[in-house]
Design a protein around this ligand. Structure first.
Ligand SMILES: *[C@@H]1O[C@H](CO)[C@@H](O)[C@H](O)[C@H]1NC(C)=O
Ligand SMILES: *[C@@H]1O[C@H](CO)[C@@H](O)[C@H](O)[C@H]1NC(C)=O
Ligand SMILES: *[C@@H]1O[C@H](CO)[C@@H](O)[C@H](O)[C@H]1NC(C)=O
Ligand SMILES: *[C@@H]1O[C@H](CO)[C@@H](O)[C@H](O)[C@H]1NC(C)=O
Ligand SMILES: *[C@@H]1O[C@H](CO)[C@@H](O)[C@H](O)[C@H]1NC(C)=O
Ligand SMILES: *[C@@H]1O[C@H](CO)[C@@H](O)[C@H](O)[C@H]1NC(C)=O
Length: 784
């Protein structure tokens, strides 16, 4: 922890010095919220006056403005020199001035709904509808999300996908104020009663990369990438029977979690010129803030944002955090991906306490494609490729043994571009190690070198998490155990050989869920007194709709086109929680964003389908820095009993406590500031506890009638936890009760090695129980 914060400190304080040139960069100048004292047309003029004060000429000032954020967010994006940025930041009413950072999709590159249902002990009728409905009870109670509008910030959508059909859908809600913005291969007829809005934001991108290359991407809400189609159809795609990846994998009904919500698409992510398609997509904060400002004004109820950065900045310099705060002020629930930078600690992104931060875990489905070694030994593997080898044995080689001479020792075996000797790979199955380079890119290299098949093995530490990919040749992927076995075998014999079986889909596998090794981990580097991530949801090998302008591998060399694709990442788990939030919004339209977040968190589950505690991909017990409160359980979240509510004002007070006053100029920080961990979170984190700490919490009864709640605690090892009072009596719905949590250190339980490995935290729980509702909050405490 200590080391991480020091590095960040240096990084951010050195940056302006290194960049002290006269070069123009896009900056965001953030002025807080609008007071409602200006007409919309006056605001741009008002923002312009700031620019005019630092620019040489009126003309220059006009030309430098990218966006004027007019609706909820008060601020603007403009090209500035570091000098001009620093001048503006000195003005009293300016809260922050920050560079428009590029962000990335949190993709690693659906049985998931039924799986969520199974967790509740209710099975859907179609056992083979791998992506079909959440528990029918919840869905019908929420009318499948009817009348709720979910905004998705991403790479656009593919309108021809059946997921976006509006057949039988209700009218567009009267409250809707958004538009359908036309552009490349996109007319107003591409919006309908399912997708009721489509907009795009490209100025921040173009100020860095120049005019969009319209061969690389569509200048419109149309998705050339696939990611936005995948995430938006996961939230709110219609139920489409007989969906499958390339014919027969993961066959069944594909459906979004809330199939009758209306979707509003905000395209903010664009193809990076000159890059291979994999990960070649970027999203700029200036564009995202413009999209969020519009989305709030358009009237969305939920915002789903599978975008983030692995280098978090303070809340005042974080476009997603700022936009989300304004959204939450309007009652909009904001759900974001936690990031794919695991398994290292302190990597979690989107950590503001008003955001739902979602980690990724597996579902109970596998795409089995075993390897049979020449000695008859069978290794479990997975793939979604539809290329097949004949049922015969082929020679097998380890990539590290057949590299061209200029490949360094540490990268041998990685199958990076142009690293394999064609002479030696020709006609063979090549075994490569996961690590540097993309998984599908390694397959492409094997194909280029003339290999006939490809086996990918997990590196040390990646455990048994297998991301099943649609490789460009016959292939399969093995976990860490299988990778070790295959290497041992290759070394042990003169003529190693293997066959790869084609993939078949197996459901009901256990244990599930387990945490993906890539899912980003807590603690939050920005503020370790807020426990993050919040929750986990399916993010490994998820089937959803895809753009027909992109290959399933996203490789330029892959000319396959598909309607559905299987993808992995916290990008895929975030829209699962967004869908759950939309269903809760449908059932409880008056609940605040914090109440919905609390309901999802306090009802999350800790067990896998083997009735054991959820593990990581290595089989070790996972913890709250991986899954927050646990795996989401939407049906239980609809009736949480109690919620830990919080208002916009509470968040502003929290920001005061954090030393960031003035997020809203109409708000004065209280004289006596509470501790940051007094913010009414449905979780608790105490870093560096010295002796004893007491925090307060307030719960609101959201169930009907009288109830008695009893507290129980599983204290973190080495600590004593006292709840006072430990019985709460509620007489009516809406009643609030306050209690305190005192945490006291009893003894040292952390070894020096654990401390050095960033494992200084111990985890526990606080639970309120009334005989019906279990309201559980996770707790993370450290004393070093
Ligand atoms: C646009 O992208 C295409 C495809 O990569 C490329 O062939 C073309 O040269 C690019 N055009 C410009 C103007 O850069
Ligand atoms: C592959 O061949 C073996 C015999 O060599 C046979 O036992 C097996 O059933 C075959 N598998 C398939 C899928 O055809
Ligand atoms: C190795 O050298 C060859 C020939 O000079 C080159 O084409 C290739 O890109 C190089 N490979 C790597 C991995 O550097
Ligand atoms: C990637 O390569 C670098 C050296 O080029 C190495 O230090 C690093 O460990 C590699 N990462 C992985 C995940 O293999
Ligand atoms: C899960 O439970 C089943 C049945 O009890 C058992 O056979 C299996 O070994 C368990 N799997 C794991 C990984 O614990
Ligand atoms: C811990 O608390 C004690 C007494 O309250 C104080 O004297 C001491 O300086 C504190 N230690 C740290 C590291 O803050």
């Amino acid at each position: 922890m200590e080391i991480i914060s020091k590095i960040l400190f240096l990084f951010f304080f050195l940056l302006p010095i290194l960049a002290a040139s006269s070069e123009n960069q896009v900056y965001i100048v953030y002025l807080g919220g609008h007071k409602g004292d200006k007409e919309v047309h006056e605001i741009e003029q008002f923002h312009h006056s700031y620019l005019a004060s630092v620019k040489e000429t009126e003309q220059e000032a006009r030309a430098s403005m990218l966006y004027s954020y007019k609706h909820s967010i008060n601020g603007f994006a403009a090209t500035l020199t570091p000098d001009q940025a620093s001048k503006l930041s000195e003005l009293e009413e300016v809260i922050s001035v920050f560079r428009s950072h590029p962000m990335k999709h949190e993709m690693h590159t659906t049985r998931s709904w039924e799986f969520v249902g199974l967790e509740e002990g209710i099975k859907t009728t179609q056992m083979h509808s791998h992506t079909a409905g959440m528990t029918q009870g919840l869905l019908s109670k929420a009318k499948y999300g009817h009348n709720v509008i979910v905004g998705v910030l991403d790479s656009g959508f593919w309108p021809e996908s059946k997921s976006y059909s509006d057949e039988g859908m209700g009218p567009i809600p009267k409250s809707w104020k958004g538009i359908c913005q036309t552009g490349d291969a996109f007319t107003s007829s591409h919006c309908n009663r399912k997708v009721i809005g489509g907009r795009y934001y490209v100025k921040g991108y173009e100020s860095v990369y120049g005019p969009l290359n319209r061969t690389l991407d569509y200048l419109s809400p149309r998705d050339k990438d696939g990611h936005g189609t995948h995430t938006s159809s996961t939230v709110g795609g219609r139920a489409v029977p007989d969906a499958a990846f390339m014919g027969d994998l993961a066959e069944g009904t594909a459906s979004g979690g809330a199939p009758l919500v209306h979707l509003a698409i905000y395209k903010v992510c664009w193809a990076i010129p000159g890059q291979d398609k994999v990960d070649g997509n970027t999203c700029f904060e200036a564009d995202m803030l413009a999209a969020m400002d519009d989305a709030i004004n358009d009237g969305v109820h939920v915002l789903s944002i599978s975008i983030g950065t692995s280098q978090p900045t303070g809340y005042a310099q974080d476009g997603i955090a700022i936009g989300a705060l304004h959204a939450v002020n309007k009652g909009i629930v904001v759900s974001c991906s936690a990031g794919n930078s695991g398994p290292h600690p302190g990597t979690v992104a989107n950590t503001a306490p008003w955001i739902i931060t979602v980690g990724a875990s597996s579902v109970d489905r596998k795409f089995n494609a075993p390897v049979v070694l020449g000695n008859g030994f069978i290794l479990e593997g997975q793939t979604t490729t539809t290329y097949r080898l004949d049922n015969v044995t082929y020679p097998l080689v380890y990539a590290g043994d057949i590299t061209v001479p200029n490949v360094t020792q540490e990268l041998a075996g990685q199958c990076l571009p142009n690293s394999l000797s064609s002479e030696k790979a020709n006609g063979k199955i090549v075994f490569c190690i996961r690590g540097n380079g993309t998984r599908v890119g390694k397959g492409l290299e094997v194909l280029r070198a003339g290999g006939i098949g490809y086996i990918l093995g997990n590196a040390k530490g990646q455990g048994e998490e297998i991301v099943a990919d649609p490789h460009v040749l016959p292939a399969t992927a093995l976990g860490e155990y299988g990778a070790m076995q295959i290497l041992k075998y290759i070394k042990s014999t003169r003529y190693p050989a293997a066959k790869i079986y084609p993939a078949n889909t197996q459901v009901g596998t256990s244990p599930a869920p387990f945490m993906a090794s890539f899912t980003s981990r807590g603690p939050s580097v920005l503020d370790p007194t807020i426990l993050k991530p919040d929750i986990t949801a399916p993010g490994l090998n998820i089937l959803a709709a895809w753009s027909e302008a992109d290959a399933p591998t996203k490789l330029a060399a892959d000319d396959r086109r598909v309607q559905w694709n299987i993808y992995s990442g916290t990008s895929m788990s975030c829209p699962h929680v967004s869908a759950a939030a939309a269903l809760l919004k449908a059932i409880h339209p008056t609940w605040s964003s914090a109440a919905i977040r609390s309901a999802l968190i306090t009802t999350a589950g800790l067990k896998n389908n083997n009735e054991s505690l959820i593990t990581d991909s290595m089989g070790n017990q996972a913890d709250a820095f991986q899954y927050g409160a646990g795996h989401f359980r939407p049906t239980k979240a609809a009736d949480p009993g109690l919620v830990y509510d919080a208002s916009y004002t509470d968040y502003l007070t929290y920001l005061c406590s954090l030393g960031m006053p003035g997020f809203d100029t109409s708000f004065k920080c209280p004289q006596k500031l509470p501790k940051t961990n007094d913010l009414n979170q449905p979780s608790l984190a105490i870093p560096k506890l010295n002796g004893t700490m007491t925090v307060t919490r307030t719960v609101t009864n959201v169930a009907k009638g009288k109830s008695y709640y009893f507290a129980s605690v599983k204290p973190p090892m080495g600590y004593k936890v006292n709840i006072s009072p430990n019985i709460l009596v509620f007489k009516h719905k809406g009643q609030k009760k306050t209690f305190s949590i005192t945490v006291e250190k009893e003894r040292d339980v952390i070894s020096n090695t654990q401390a050095a490995n960033g494992q200084e935290y111990q985890f526990g729980w606080l639970t309120w129980y009334d005989g019906i509702h279990t309201v559980r909050s996770p707790m993370a405490v450290s004393s070093v």
